[in-house]
Design a protein around this ligand. Structure first.
Ligand SMILES: Nc1ncnc2c1ncn2[C@@H]1O[C@H](COP(=O)(O)OP(=O)(O)OP(=O)(O)O)[C@@H](O)[C@H]1O
Length: 313
């Protein structure tokens, strides 16, 4: 696909990208490289100058716009909730457009509010300005999911909130995605967010040029160009810890093994989490838990001495 704006600006110069169903793909790149333009071409807010966009084999330009809205959820920075409508009405927007009965719209809105962790009884009647930034963000995600779209487009969805809330929303969002399994294209310019959320990351440079398209570990281990190397940063080696599962260096322990006094991390964590827990607690080892059961330990030296090819790629 490509987009040349009326004034001759080549925002996207011919990009081909295959997004596997059920995966979360992150578009990242410097300001003005065409990320938002790509996203808006997918949902037809912007007409491509050239090329085609297929969803499940259907060209989006052939799909009726109302049907397209049902199939594609869209979340933007600062959410874009309608200020004069209640949160419940906001979340019910697309189902209403689709002509669902009032009761069904309401039930669906409340179900979605629950799903994103907003109590419908408490928040349903409020207006957007009566919510915190993080709560508005969750309402925005609920609205985008309301008609059960197969595709979710998210343009810097977590950038308008402070870093702590952002971290929490990202965690919640990963849990939500594990439950709903949408195909997601997410735009960010935060490499840590990209590494944390993406199954694959597409690094774009000016004009929507695809510099590299790879899973986070591979991107960090083997940047395909100088541009990508600069972009992922000199500390990419440390970032790789954040995509390496604990299992690579964990020593298994049997039941009854004494780990009293050690900091602990869940077995779903990464080497980054283990190192952070040890540094925070000034400990040389960390216990690895599966729920309440200790299943292994990881030591600082095991992380530092891990062979390079054991670290994720
Ligand atoms: N309506 C327009 N008319 C002309 N040029 C435009 C228009 N909209 C965007 N552009 C230009 O197209 C290029 C890509 O813009 P786009 O918003 O897609 O970038 P982006 O990567 O999302 O940037 P950012 O990270 O800053 O949001 C930029 O050079 C921008 O100035």
């Amino acid at each position: 696909m490509s987009k040349v704006y009326g004034d001759g600006t080549v925002a996207v110069g011919g990009l081909t990208l295959d997004v596997p169903a059920g995966e979360l793909v992150v578009l990242i790149g410097p300001s003005g490289c065409g990320k938002s333009t790509v996203l808006r071409m997918i949902n037809r807010l912007i007409q491509p100058t050239q090329g085609r966009i297929l969803i499940d084999g259907d060209d989006v330009t052939d799909v009726d716009p109302v049907e397209l809205r049902r199939r594609i959820g869209y979340v933007i920075q600062n959410v874009g909730l309608f200020p004069h409508q209640s949160i419940r009405a906001n979340v019910g927007t697309v189902p209403r457009l689709l002509g669902w009965k009032k009761d069904r719209v309401r039930r669906r809105a409340d179900e979605l509010l629950e799903l994103v962790g907003l109590d419908p009884a408490r928040f349903g009647k409020r207006y957007p300005h009566e919510l915190s930034g993080g709560q508005r963000q969750r309402a925005g995600v609920a609205r985008a999911l309301a008609a059960d779209p197969s595709v979710l487009l998210m343009d810097e969805p977590f950038s308008a909130v402070d870093p702590i809330v952002r971290g929490k929303l990202q965690e919640e969002f990963l849990r939500l995605q594990a439950a709903v399994g949408k195909t997601i294209v997410l735009v960010t310019h935060d490499i840590d967010e990209a590494v944390k959320l993406g199954d694959r990351i597409a690094v774009l440079s000016e004009g929507g040029k695809l510099e590299q398209y790879a899973p986070p570990g591979e991107l960090l281990a083997e940047p395909a160009s100088d541009m990508v190397r600069d972009f992922v940063g000199a500390d990419r080696g440390v970032r790789r810890l954040a995509v390496t599962p604990l299992s690579t260096v964990m020593r298994k322990v049997g039941p009854g093994h004494d780990t009293a006094g050690l900091p602990s991390v869940p077995d779903t964590g990464t080497l980054y989490d283990a190192l952070a827990a040890m540094l925070t607690a000034d400990a040389l080892h960390v216990a690895v838990r599966n729920r309440d059961r200790v299943v292994g330990t990881v030591s600082r030296s095991a992380i530092f001495e891990a062979p390079a090819d054991a670290i994720a790629r």
